[in-house]
Design a protein around this ligand. Structure first.
Ligand code: NAP
Length: 314
């Protein structure tokens, strides 16, 4: 698997990140272990989890399942040194309120370290932009954890670009660590103007320019729009339906056909190779889906095909 530097850090991460959201919640222990093994075997090193994954799956899940599973796997495979672990704090789950107050960050970081059985989280995200806590408090707390060696770098998720810039200025003014990456809802299809995803924030043109300008990394969550590009039993979310998506799907199909690839593979490839490039978070339920994702690494599209994909619009 290809490797890339994460933002302006010294971390080298694979260009496909493994989304671990469903581990030990929707996916069994056996299936979760197998996916982690397959990912490592394919050369991947970048795991994405969060403290609250995935409390909403059923009546027995309380949050922390994904981190617990990762901890069990790290121990069973003795693989801590082979992976870069990203976790998050900020969204609520049973017994834990919303937010990134200093206290919450410290308490949740300790819980995440314990669940995973590690003494260091390589990348720690603010999962959401908590506007009820002063930015100085959140960034100061993250910086303290870095100085204590509990976390390596910090990232932001579900932030608007002006808030990212405000955070960068706050960090610089105080000599604190800066967010090295942003994780946003991002795929090939673009949400319609005025879209709403609740707590989730999608990448828009403004954010893409911000990423290019600052050199922070962009991570793309929900890159396959839950499988709707190829799974005919599913419908594309309402926020994405319209003439712009119709035009982009037409070009996506043309390029996929020319390249002998699937729509999903072209979507992953486009995300990884467009300007700015993004790191897609891969979440496969079946081995076939995972093999399809890995197949995107072997694709080669021409500059003309990439241009056509990028410029397609209604
Ligand atoms: N920062 C945030 O706020 C945030 C939010 C959401 C997710 N995330 C992260 O992003 C990761 C990925 O998010 P996501 O699950 O929403 O991603 P996604 O790629 O949009 O959806 C994954 C789902 O699509 C289906 N799928 C996967 N590969 C497929 C294939 N090759 N063909 C057909 N269907 C396929 C599967 O559903 P079926 O089982 O129905 O087939 C799978 O559960 C998560 O694991 C998590 O780490 C972060």
């Amino acid at each position: 698997m290809n490797m890339i530097k994460l933002g302006n850090t010294d971390l080298s991460v694979s260009t496909l990140c493994l989304g671990c959201l469903y581990f030990l919640a929707r996916e069994t222990r056996e299936d979760s272990f197998r996916r982690l093994d397959q990912y490592l075997d394919a050369g991947g090193n970048f795991l994405d989890t969060a403290n609250m994954y995935s409390h909403w799956i059923n009546e027995t899940t309380r949050g922390g399942e994904s981190e617990t599973l990762i901890g069990e796997w790290l121990k069973a495979r003795n693989s801590r040194s082979k992976v870069v672990i990203a976790s998050k704090v900020g969204f609520p789950y049973p017994g834990v309120p919303y937010g990134t107050s200093a206290r919450q960050i410290r308490e949740e970081c300790d819980k995440s370290l314990k669940r995973m059985g590690v003494d260091h989280i390589d990348l720690y995200y603010a999962h959401s932009d908590d506007r009820t806590t002063p930015m100085e408090e959140t960034l100061g707390a993250f910086n303290d954890l870095i100085l204590e060696g509990k976390i390596g770098h910090i990232g932001a998720s579900n932030f608007s670009s002006w808030r990212l810039e405000r955070a960068r200025q706050t960090s610089r003014a105080n000599g604190w660590a800066e967010y090295c990456c942003v994780q946003q809802r991002y795929s090939y299809l673009r949400p319609k103007a005025g879209w709403d995803f609740g707590e989730q924030v999608a990448a828009n043109d403004d954010l893409l320019e911000y990423v290019k300008d600052t050199g922070i990394s962009l991570l793309a969550y929900s890159p396959l729009l839950y499988g709707t590009y190829t799974d005919r039993t599913k419908t594309v979310m309402e926020q994405y339906q319209g003439p712009d998506s119709d035009a982009r799907l037409k070009v996506l199909d043309e390029v996929a056909s020319e390249a002998g690839a699937t729509r999903n593979q072209v979507v992953y490839y486009w995300l990884m190779n467009a300007e700015p490039n993004a790191i897609p978070l891969v979440a496969s339920t079946t081995d076939e889906q995972f093999a399809e994702a890995l197949g995107a690494m072997n694709l080669r599209l021409t500059d003309e095909q990439m241009k056509r994909l990028t410029e397609a619009k209604a």
